[in-house]
Each structure stands twice: as structure tokens, then as C-alpha cells.
Design a protein around this ligand. Structure first.
Ligand code: ARG
Length: 263
């Protein structure tokens, strides 16, 4: 769906777009994480993050930009090793990460959710006792699974995968009974490749308690995504925050949002 898809240019280095010979901002991201960053069958990088990057870095700030693929589990050390300038990877802002990086203002709200096979008996977190759950390594989904495990007195087996499609494949192949992951990314699978084979665990949860406009299924957490910066890059972070505010005010953000999440 992204109108601003950019071509795959080299292994580990995805193409970018933008201005006219300006400084190039390299953006670290773990790809694929559909609908935030993923390749089309034609090899174009698209997604909500890609379109926000185009609007913020290219259109508002006049930089060129390119996406650099990096495993999510090592992406913060990679940023601090100067392998790229920022992280845009549907990354949740939290205190643990904020000790190592600085975040932009929030640009998206997400919830941890549980997906199970269509024929599963699991209808609540209590039903997760003795279950194998798949998560992506290093994510807040993995952290939510760990919290749930403690709530279940350790009676939960957590299987960590390098990338989220591997966790979904494991669910389809009966290697795990559930996947804990960000709601909109899981929804993409439930309504896409997993259609008719998997479903969300329903119920209220963290989102309802926070009085949010809650999704119609069980939510374990409420989270906000931010762009991550090195802690010595505050001037640039403020520049980006201003651009984020501008695209919220002028309707660009809503346009991009509706392209991916309307209806
Ligand atoms: N929001 C979750 C987190 O920050 C998952 C992000 C995974 N992103 C990705 N591009 N694979 O931990």
C-alpha cells in the first residue's frame, strides 16, 4: 500500500528516497514487520514507518534517507555503534531502552495481544498455563510473555524467534500454541496469511483499563512507538520532533495512518 516504496539496493542495506543530494540519514530497522516495514513481492520497501520517514526526513527536513536492515535484538547497540543515525522499527518507548537511547515524541499506539489457532481452547490468559508461546527476541512481546509467565507461576514455555514471521509459522506448524506480539502486526497476519487458521484471544485488558479506544480483543499492555536516537544527538531529535508535530497538524500523518489502518 505504501506510495513511497523504495527499492532494495544491497544486502542489508535497503534503498531510500528523499531530497536532492542532501545528507543521507540512515535508518536502522528490523524488516519484515508488516505493516510498518516490509518488502513487496517486487522488492520495494514499504510500510507505515517508511511513509513517516519519507514525510519527516525527506519532505519536512530535506534529507535523503535509507533503511538499513538490522536484527531487532541488537538494534540499540547497533545505533550506539553508529551503524545508522536513528532507529525506526515500530519500537516501543520504555524505561529500559530510554537508559540507552533517547526517543522522539510518540508516533503510534500499540498493544500486546495473543494470537492462537482457530481451533484453540485458549480464551483467557489463565488458559495459557502449560502452553508454548512464540515471540520475537528482544521485543516488548517477549517481555509481556515473561510477565505472563511469572503470573502463571512459571507455567509457560517461551520460544524466541529472530523475526516475527518465524513465530507465526511456528504457530501454523503446531510448534507453539500462541504468539504474543503487537496488535496491528498480528492483525495483518490474522486477516492475511493466517486467515481462517488463527484468531485473537478476545476479552478486555490493559487498553480498556486505560480508557483507550480499545481493540476488540485482549490487550496485555499499552505501548507507544518512538524514533530512537543516540543520547548525544539531541538537536537532531528536536528537529525530528518538530517535523512530527508538523505532519500531525497538516494532515499528512492522518493520510498515512488511513492508508494502513483505516476501517
Ligand atoms: N514494538 C515492539 C518492541 O518495540 C516490537 C517491535 C518489532 N519491530 C520490528 N521491526 N521487528 O519491542
Amino acid at each position: 500500500a505504501g506510495a513511497t516504496g523504495v527499492a532494495l539496493t544491497a544486502a542489508g542495506c535497503l534503498g531510500g528516497g528523499g531530497g536532492d543530494g542532501q545528507e543521507t540519514i540512515q535508518i536502522g530497522s528490523d524488516i519484515p514487520y508488516r505493516p510498518f516495514e516490509y518488502e513487496t513481492t517486487e522488492g520495494e520497501l514499504v510500510g507505515f514507518d517508511v511513509d513517516i520517514a519519507e514525510a519527516v526526513f525527506a519532505e519536512e527536513l530535506g534529507y535523503d534517507y535509507e533503511f538499513v536492515n538490522n536484527s531487532f535484538d541488537t538494534i540499540i547497540p547497533s545505533l550506539n555503534n553508529e551503524n545508522f543515525r536513528v532507529i525506526m522499527s515500530a519500537m516501543t518507548i520504555n524505561d529500559e531502552r530510554a537508559e540507552q537511547v533517547d526517543f522522539s515524541d510518540p508516533y503510534f499506539t500499540a498493544y500486546q495481544t495473543i494470537v492462537v489457532r482457530e481451533d484453540s481452547d485458549i480464551t483467557s490468559t489463565e488458559d495459557m498455563r502449560g502452553v508454548r508461546v512464540g515471540v520475537q527476541k528482544g521485543t516488548t512481546g517477549a517481555a509481556a510473555a515473561q510477565t505472563l509467565k511469572e503470573d502463571l507461576d512459571g507455567d509457560l514455555e517461551i520460544n524466541e524467534y529472530d523475526q516475527i514471521p518465524d513465530a507465526f509459522s511456528a504457530l501454523l506448524n503446531n510448534q507453539v500454541e500462541a504468539v504474543i506480539n503487537d496488535n496491528t502486526v498480528s492483525a495483518e497476519f490474522v486477516n492475511g496469511d493466517g486467515e481462517g487458521e488463527v484468531r485473537f484471544v478476545e476479552g478486555e485488558g490493559a487498553a480498556a483499563e486505560e480508557g483507550e479506544n480499545a481493540p476488540p480483543y485482549l490487550t496485555l499492555t499499552v505501548e507507544n512507538y518512538g524514533i530512537a536516537f543516540r543520547q548525544d544527538d539531541d538537536e537532531f531529535r528536536q528537529e525530528v520532533n518538530e517535523a512530527l508535530a508538523t505532519i500531525r497538524e497538516d494532515g499528512t500523518y492522518d493520510e498515512i495512518y488511513n492508508e494502513y489502518f483505516a476501517g
